[in-house]
Write a protein that binds this ligand. Structure first.
Ligand code: 5RP
Length: 227
């Protein structure tokens, strides 16, 4: 199977987590695009979605799925999103698509985070994928210096502006042994909007697609169950 076929398999497995009559939290990225396309086939079962990006909102709307404003909602039973890396403790690096801030906001409101990935995203230690950091434009040089002090090599993502009108620094060279601490530390730098470590609020369920099928991992359980 190709990587895209694996992404699709993980995404379709997440449809089992949708609760009838509810609003679904929807992430961003190529894996999530497969989820949105699958969700369209179950449109009549849900009230609609809350989206983490303009791109996902456009895709949901094109499928006729109503997109709600997060401010009109108190809680979301389920949020489905991909990741760039996920470790054994369900901590993730996200933001390869630049939607990390809105993703983190929707995840914060959600009761259950279902992460959908192909097997290449599973890692022992986070950090080979450069850590995305969303930055207020006027603070870019300051944040670059501070991130270098933490031992990383920040590079400005070229020709990219987030949905919030900000910039992304991709931080190379970090070996992230304490993701909760680093997430908090980077967020303390003045000018950082948020960073792509999802550690203090990680995933609850991982649907991991590999050559042998889709495996389901639940936070707190050590073994996988086939979907
Ligand atoms: C976007 C994200 C995505 O979830 C992450 O980049 C994975 O993307 P893909 O499903 O395309 O591999 O965090 O900001």
């Amino acid at each position: 199977m190709t990587q895209d076929e694996l992404k699709r398999a993980a995404a379709l497995a997440a449809l089992d987590y949708i609760i009838d009559g509810t609003i679904v939290g929807v992430g961003t990225g190529s894996t999530v695009n497969h989820f949105i396309d699958g969700l369209a086939t179950k449109r009549s079962r849900i009230r609609g979605a809350v989206s983490s990006s303009e791109a996902s909102s456009a895709r949901l709307t094109a499928h006729g799925i109503p997109v709600f404003d997060l401010n009109d909602i108190e809680t979301l039973p389920v949020y489905v999103d991909g990741a760039d890396e996920i470790d054994g403790g369900f901590c993730m690096i996200k933001g390869g698509g630049g939607a990390l801030t809105r993703e983190k906001i929707v995840a914060a409101v959600s009761e259950r985070f279902v992460c959908i990935c192909d097997a290449s995203k599973r890692v022992t230690t986070l950090g080979r994928f450069p850590l995305p950091v969303e930055v207020i434009p006027m603070a870019c040089a300051h944040v670059t210096r501070e991130l270098s002090r933490l031992g990383g090599r920040p590079t400005l993502r070229e020709n990219f502006v987030t949905d919030n009108g900000n910039l992304i620094l991709d931080v190379h060279g970090l070996s992230i042994t304490d993701p909760v601490m680093l997430e908090a530390e980077v967020n303390q730098i003045v000018g950082v909007v948020t960073n792509g470590l999802f550690a203090s609020r990680g995933a609850d369920v991982l649907l991991l697609a590999g050559a042998g099928g889709v495996e389901r991992y639940e936070r707190g359980l050590t073994s996988a169950t086939p979907v």
